[in-house]
Design a protein around this ligand. Structure first.
Ligand code: NDP
Ligand code: BG6
Length: 441
């Protein structure tokens, strides 16, 4: 059933996010009949455009272009939308610089947008604990938490959503999913591009703010949370919050790629980290004393996000008397291609008992032929439906900032060559994730 009677307003519609992600995602929802003609899309901003000029900025079908409108500024927006029809809900996507989020919420409220309103807010959500808390308080002066949708686009990745299904839809994994059996969790998020044209933003942030505090934290929560009592978004959030409360970051080392200081918008003496490796613990009964390692960075030798669950080695008995059997590992390949690999020991055929590493694989490309929806497509549709499962709560953002606070902008800065990952600095036994790069492509 298509979703209808919704006005979707993009504030900052002349910007990059609207052009590259939001309008294409809405266009796909329209072409796939997931939204219908009773939904309108209004671009808004300080720039002056006629409807025609606004429509001509995008490569979309004529039918979809007919759903696009433009209104300059927030003043008069309420009556403008009313003039277009009757809508059950008005959804604002704040594709704006973060510094104006709070003031914009106030302006929308003053313009008369109340109960029927939802606000979708992009990252970065705050700069540290205090700023995130301040922003939450400002927004909540005007709108209820249930009207606020904070985006973390990692939650909309299919392979990320599959983590909970893998854990709780397959009874074989549940009993071993704890520190009695698992030796470490390792998360690897590499990017090959540098900061490109986002130097000014990135230089004021660094990789811990940009990737770890939000995206990688969400991965950790999904990997380690207890089973919620239902799939109600609030029940899932409650379990994620328990993990965030129990999280303890212990170590961090920071690197910057050579040449970063020459990037446009970057200070010539910048000490912003573009790569970080971190170690943390989750102080719960389930995860007691088991380390979680993270590493992420830009301008590395490849793009790829993988998660490894490394199990403990079998006892030094039978086939492992010399301790040379490798531990089992479950690898979640999140992107660019998605899949899951289970690494296990097997006997080489023959009369000797010789054991080698073998693997079982599941690749999305082999099992699912349909196009996987793009993250913003899924997020926008969920916001229209009022499903907040894939959005981040105020408390999640605040707790996460709090836990990483001591590691923001702190510690020695090392350097590494562009196009190469630095040597591991906290943990020497990282899974060789590079070997999965070509898998499932
Ligand atoms: P842009 O810099 O392109 O700005 C978007 C629009 O905001 C501008 O076109 C402008 O429209 C309006 N704007 C700029 N300054 C102000 C201001 N002071 N007051 C009110 N409006 C202003 O940003 P992006 O589109 O790249 O990003 C939008 C948001 O999404 C940001 O918060 C960004 O961090 C976040 N984001 C972006 C991503 C991307 O891929 N681009 C990815 C992840 C997050 P006008 O002049 O017409 O008012
Ligand atoms: C964004 C960060 O949130 O995520 C970017 O601001 C980063 O710096 C991007 O490149 C990575 O997203 P993905 O989906 O390409 O892994």
């Amino acid at each position: 059933m298509p979703t209808s009677h919704t006005a979707i307003v993009i504030l900052g519609a002349s910007g990059d996010l609207a052009r590259r992600k939001l309008i294409p995602a809405l266009s796909r929802l329209y072409e796939h009949k997931q939204i219908d003609d009773s939904c309108i899309i209004v671009g808004s901003g300080r720039t002056v455009f006629s409807d025609e000029e606004f429509r001509n900025r995008f490569e979309v079908s004529r039918d979809f272009a007919g759903q696009l409108h433009y209104h300059q500024g927030i003043t008069g927006l309420k009556s403008y939308i009313k003039s277009k029809g009757i809508f059950d809900q008005v959804i604002f996507f704040l594709a704006l610089p973060p510094k104006v989020y709070a003031a914009t919420a106030g302006q929308l409220y003053d313009e008369g947008f109340g109960e029927e309103t939802r606000l979708i807010i992009e990252k970065p959500f705050g700069y540290d604990y205090d700023s995130a808390r301040g922003l939450n308080r400002h927004l909540q002066e005007y709108y209820n938490e249930r009207q606020i949708y904070r985006i973390d686009h990692y939650l909309a990745k299919e392979a990320v959503q599959n983590i909970l299904v893998f854990r709780f839809g397959n009874s074989i994994f549940y009993p071993v999913w704890n520190s009695n059996y698992i030796d470490s969790i390792q998360i690897n998020a590499y990017e090959s591009i540098g900061v490109e044209d986002r130097g000014a933003y990135f230089d004021g942030a660094g990789i811990i703010r940009d990737m770890v505090q939000n995206h990688l934290m969400q991965l950790i929560c999904l990997l380690t949370m207890e089973a919620p009592v239902s799939l109600d978004p609030e029940e899932i959030r409650a379990q994620k919050i328990n993990i965030l409360k129990a999280l303890r970051v212990t170590d961090c080392c920071r690197f910057q790629y050579n040449g970063y200081r020459d990037e446009a918008g970057v200070a010539p003496d910048s000490s912003t980290e573009t790569y970080a490796e971190l170690k943390l613990f989750i102080d719960t009964y389930r995860w007691n004393r088991m380390p979680v390692y993270l590493r992420t960075g830009k301008a590395l030798h490849r793009k790829g996000t993988e998660i490894g669950m490394r199990f403990k080695k079998p006892p030094r008995l039978l086939f492992n008397k010399n301790g040379d059997i490798n531990p089992n590992e479950i690898i979640f390949k999140i992107q660019p291609s998605a899949g899951i690999v289970v690494e296990m020991a097997s006997k080489v055929p023959g009369s000797d008992v010789q054991i080698i590493d073998t693997s079982m694989k599941f690749c999305y490309i082999d099992s699912f032929k349909d196009e996987i929806p793009e993250a913003y497509q899924k997020l926008l549709l969920d916001a229209i439906k009022g499903d907040r499962t894939l959005f981040v709560s105020a408390l999640e953002t605040e707790l996460s900032w709090k836990k990483f606070g001591p590691f923001l902008d702190a510690g020695n800065l090392n350097h590494h060559a562009r196009g190469t990952a630095p040597e591991p600095c906290l943990y020497k036994e990282w899974i060789n994730f590079d070997k999965y790069d070509s898998l499932c492509r």
